[in-house]
Every structure is written in structure tokens, then in C-alpha cells.
Design a protein around this ligand. Structure first.
Ligand code: NAD
Length: 474
């Protein structure tokens, strides 16, 4: 079986480390590839290549950088089916869902790169003392993008647009659990050598990359634990980090909404991608006036989420990414049941190969249970009945995480109140809306650093002021 290689300075090459990792198809449990475990030596080579390539890349006119990135996006679009099939094999996502997210990410890459054309890389300010000040926004230099396994292609593309268009070069380290689609993405790369480099591995590659003194910014997406380590490393170096971390996103369902339609929407938010989305709905608060009908409908909707190998047509949910992830889901369900919760749908794993777990609805849940406090990252919808919308909001706001929150309500006053939930995004009557221009910063343990719109360019550049006054005259 072929071992995957790194892409350094435009050349595919073997890792300098000895460790090898299996890449496993979670639907079949077959080993489908071998990847390097990663090493500091690989990181050093990749960073050196990124540092070497950066001045020439930054010297290109902005419009040329944008055109080059856009041309790569066009090539990726032509291979979207192939990339979605690879994501399906390496992490189980049904091909149709993978394809939709890749299409969105390619459009997002183009749109976010094109924002460079209107970004203020150079702005003149008139000064009260008669001088002239120009604000120059310089690229940072060599940067890093570290991604998790749940959206391998979209999360790499989502980070790259502003970093590259601003004139930075990048070393990308994808998750060791899903490297195949990212490798293919970089086989399609048509940017100058060294502008984007790829190194494979786990923390053995991620940690030395995050703490490399020539990496000026780390754009990290992943767990809170690893995010804290990245922040500690970049903090020591006084370098930048943008951290997109985990969540325990709430959904609040008000009295007065259609219980069936809303239950179908909540099922989608909780179960799609087998609950393995950072903004999956993981806590459900429903108003007592509609709770009975809502729960019945949620149970019914859960039954429609058929499991299977995501290559098969009609499959709604693939497997969990691996046995470790399934063990977390099992542990959260067992803890909830032990403390008095009831399994209303799902909860029973199918026989046979694959890390499958069914769409599961829990009632009789309280806030002390793991399923309400820790990120599950699985297809669980734990439901708490609340006596008022205000109680729902209060509970929704009482988490250490703050990635996103969703509210279903017809009441404009309740919309205004929901806007105060401490989260990066609050969706009302819709889940996952908004484009790349959406601006937000995760709250609490869910991360730091604003994302979207001009904020990504602000993060990708360092402002400096050039102040020119009249020369001294005698
Ligand atoms: P993870 O933290 O285990 O790994 C993420 C990446 O970090 C991987 O590439 C991994 O190899 C690397 N890594 C691990 N230890 C590291 C270290 N010490 N230094 C540097 N890099 C290190 O996360 P995961 O299990 O791959 O992904 C799931 C998590 O990602 C969930 O918590 C999920 O909520 C989160 N996530 C967040 C977002 C978001 O936008 N906020 C999006 C997707 C996933």
C-alpha cells in the first residue's frame, strides 16, 4: 500500500519521520492508505519552503494573486465529485452532503480571495498636523493552517483565501484521520511552488508547526484541548492564532411555532453528518406548550435518518469517524440513562462492521449530564422541556462554549432577546445560514479571533503607519 507524501516547495516527497499511521474507512474498517505520523524535520523543511516563496508571492499585484487563487478554485470545482468520494471513504460523510459543502467552499474560496480587491491594503489619512499618514497592511509572512477531520476540504479552503490573497504563504497540516482528500486537493494545486505546502501527521507535525518561530500566524480548527496548546505556543512566541474550536450548540424552540416542521429542522441540525459538525445542535430546549407534539415529531424524524456507507444513494447518515468517537457517544448516552434520561429513539448500535450509531433522541435530560456539558460530536438530540422561552434562553446561554445557537420563534421580542446569547452566530428560524461575509468571533471556550469579511484580512496582515511631514527647514 502506497504511503502518502508531503508537498514541500512544489515537490512531493517522503516524510523524514519513521512513524506511519493507518487511514481507515469508518464504514468498512478497512485500512485504505498509510500516512506519515509527522516529524519536526518535515515541518522545518516545509516552513523553510514557505519562507523562501513568500517575498515573490507578496510582490505580485493583488489582482494577480486573486486570479491565481481563482484559477485553482476552478480546477477544484472540476474535481468536486472525486473529492467528495475521498471524504466519504476516509471519514464516512455521504457523498451528496460532502459535494454540497465542497461546492460551497469553492465558491467561498473565490469570494474571500476576491475581497482582497476592495480591501484597504493602503489607506491615506489626512493628519491634523498637516502631515500625511498612509496605513500599509503588510502580509505576515509564512503562516500555518491546521484542520480537523470532519470537513477536510472545506476547512482548508475556508482558511486559505484571505491568507494567500493578502500575500502570505502557508503550510497546511490536515487531520491524520482524513488526509486523502487534502492530498488530492494539493495535487490539483497550480500556484507557484512553496506558496502552499502540505505536511501530514498528527500532533507530531502539528505541535512543531504551531510553535515554529518562523510561522507568524496559526489558523487552527479543532478541539478545545489542542487549541489551548496552540494558543500557548503562539503566545510564547507573541505570534497570532485564530482558533475555531468545539461547541455545545443549543437550540431553543418557542411556543407558537409549528412543532412538526421545527422538529424536522432540529433533526437535521442534530443528525446531519452524524452530528459531527462543530455547529451541530447538541442541546434542545423546547417550550412546554408544544413539547409533547415536538418530541413525537422529533422521534419520528430520527427514524428517517437511515445509516449506511455514504456512497449509497439515499443514505442520510454515515458512520462516526472512528471507534474512539463512537465510544464518546456511548459514554454520553450511558451517563444520561444512568442519571434518569429515557432513550426515545435510537440508542441501539447495528451489528456488523463500521462505526455506526443511530440518530438518538433523549428526554428527561438535565444539565448535570455529560450530554449537556461536554461536546458529543455524534447523532444525539437531548431534549429539555422549559416552562418559558426566557428559561430556554437562560439555559442556552449557560454553557462554557459559545460557537453558535439557533432559535425558532415567531415573536419579534424573543428574537431581540435571543440576540444576547453569548455565541459567535445566532440563527433565527434557520440553521447554518449566511455566507463568507458573515462576521463573528466564537465566545467562551469555542475559540478566539474574528472570522469572515474584512476581519480575516485584518488577521492576515500587519498594519503599519507611514507618516510623512514637511522636512525641517531653517
Ligand atoms: P483535534 O483537535 O484532535 O485535531 C485537529 C487538528 O489539530 C488535527 O490536524 C490534529 O492533528 C492537530 N493537532 C492535535 N494536537 C495538536 C497540537 N498539540 N498542536 C497542533 N496541532 C495539533 O480535533 P479533531 O478531533 O480533528 O476535530 C474535531 C473538533 O474540531 C471538534 O471539537 C469540533 O467541534 C472542532 N471543529 C471546530 C470547527 C469550528 O469552526 N469551530 C469546525 C470543525 C471542527
Amino acid at each position: 500500500m502506497k504511503t502518502l507524501q508531503n508537498l514541500i516547495g512544489g515537490v512531493w516527497d517522503d516524510s523524514l519521520g519513521d512513524a506511519l499511521l493507518d487511514v481507515v474507512n469508518p464504514a468498512t474498517e478497512d485500512v485504505i492508505a498509510r500516512a506519515p505520523g509527522g516529524s519536526k524535520a518535515d515541518v522545518d523543511r516545509a516552513v523553510a519552503a514557505a519562507v523562501r516563496a513568500q517575498p515573490a508571492w507578496a510582490a505580485l499585484p493583488v489582482a494577480q494573486r486573486v486570479a491565481r487563487i481563482s484559477a485553482w478554485a476552478d480546477v477544484i470545482a472540476e474535481h468536486a465529485d472525486e473529492l467528495a468520494a475521498l471524504e466519504c471513504r476516509e471519514m464516512g460523510k455521504p457523498i451528496g452532503i460532502g459535494r454540497a459543502f465542497i461546492d460551497g467552499a469553492v465558491a467561498g474560496l473565490k469570494a474571500s480571495a476576491a475581497q482582497a480587491l476592495s480591501y484597504g491594503f493602503e489607506e491615506d489619512l489626512a493628519q491634523h498636523d498637516g502631515g500625511a499618514t498612509t496605513i500599509l497592511r503588510h502580509p505576515l509572512g509564512a503562516t500555518a493552517v491546521i484542520t480537523p477531520w470532519n470537513f477536510p476540504v472545506p476547512l482548508v479552503l475556508g482558511a486559505l483565501g484571505p491568507l494567500l490573497a493578502a500575500g502570505n504563504t502557508v503550510v497546511v497540516k490536515p487531520s491524520e484521520r482524513s488526509p486523502l482528500s487534502t492530498v488530492r486537493l494539493f495535487e490539483l494545486l497550480n500556484l507557484p511552488p512553496g506558496v502552499v505546502n502540505l505536511i501530514l501527521g498528527d500532533a507530531r507535525a502539528g505541535a512543531p508547526l504551531a510553535e515554529h518561530e518562523q510561522i507568524q500566524l496559526v489558523h487552527f480548527t479543532g478541539s478545545v484541548d489542542a487549541g489551548r496548546k496552540v494558543a500557548a505556543a503562539t503566545g510564547r512566541l507573541l505570534h497570532r492564532a485564530v482558533l475555531e474550536l468545539g461547541g455545545k450548540d443549543p437550540v431553543v424552540v418557542d411556543a407558537g411555532v409549528d412543532p412538526k416542521a421545527t422538529a424536522a429542522a432540529v433533526a437535521f441540525g442534530a443528525f446531519i453528518n452524524t452530528g459531527q459538525i462543530c455547529t451541530s445542535m447538541e442541546r434542545v430546549y423546547v417550550h412546554q406548550d408544544i413539547a409533547g407534539e415536538f418530541v413525537e415529531a422529533l422521534v419520528e424524524a430520527a427514524g428517517t435518518f437511515t445509516m449506511g456507507d455514504g456512497r449509497d444513494e439515499g443514505v442520510m447518515m454515515g458512520p462516526l469517524v472512528d471507534e474512539g468517537q463512537r465510544e464518546i457517544v456511548r459514554r454520553h448516552v450511558a451517563d444520561a440513562v444512568e442519571r434518569g434520561a429515557t432513550i426515545r429513539a435510537g440508542g441501539v448500535e447495528p451489528d456488523g462492521k463500521g462505526f455506526f450509531y443511530p440518530a438518538t433522541v433523549l428526554t428527561g435530560v438535565d444539565e448535570s449530564m455529560l450530554v449537556m456539558t461536554e461536546e458529543t460530536f455524534g447523532p444525539l438530540a437531548p431534549v429539555v422541556v422549559v416552562s418559558s422561552f426566557e428559561e430556554g434562553l437562560e439555559r442556552a446561554s449557560g454553557s462554557r462554549f459559545g460557537l453558535a445557537a439557533t432559535v425558532y420563534t415567531d415573536d419579534p421580542a424573543h428574537v431581540a432577546a435571543a440576540a444576547q446569547i453569548p455565541a459567535g452566530v445566532v440563527w433565527v428560524n434557520q440553521w447554518q445560514g449566511g455566507g463568507p461575509e458573515r462576521l463573528y468571533e466564537p465566545a467562551g471556550d469555542s475559540g478566539m479571533g474574528a472570522t469572515g469579511a474584512a476581519a480575516a484580512y485584518d488577521a492576515a496582515t500587519r498594519p503599519a503607519s507611514l507618516h510623512i511631514a514637511a522636512r525641517p527647514a531653517s
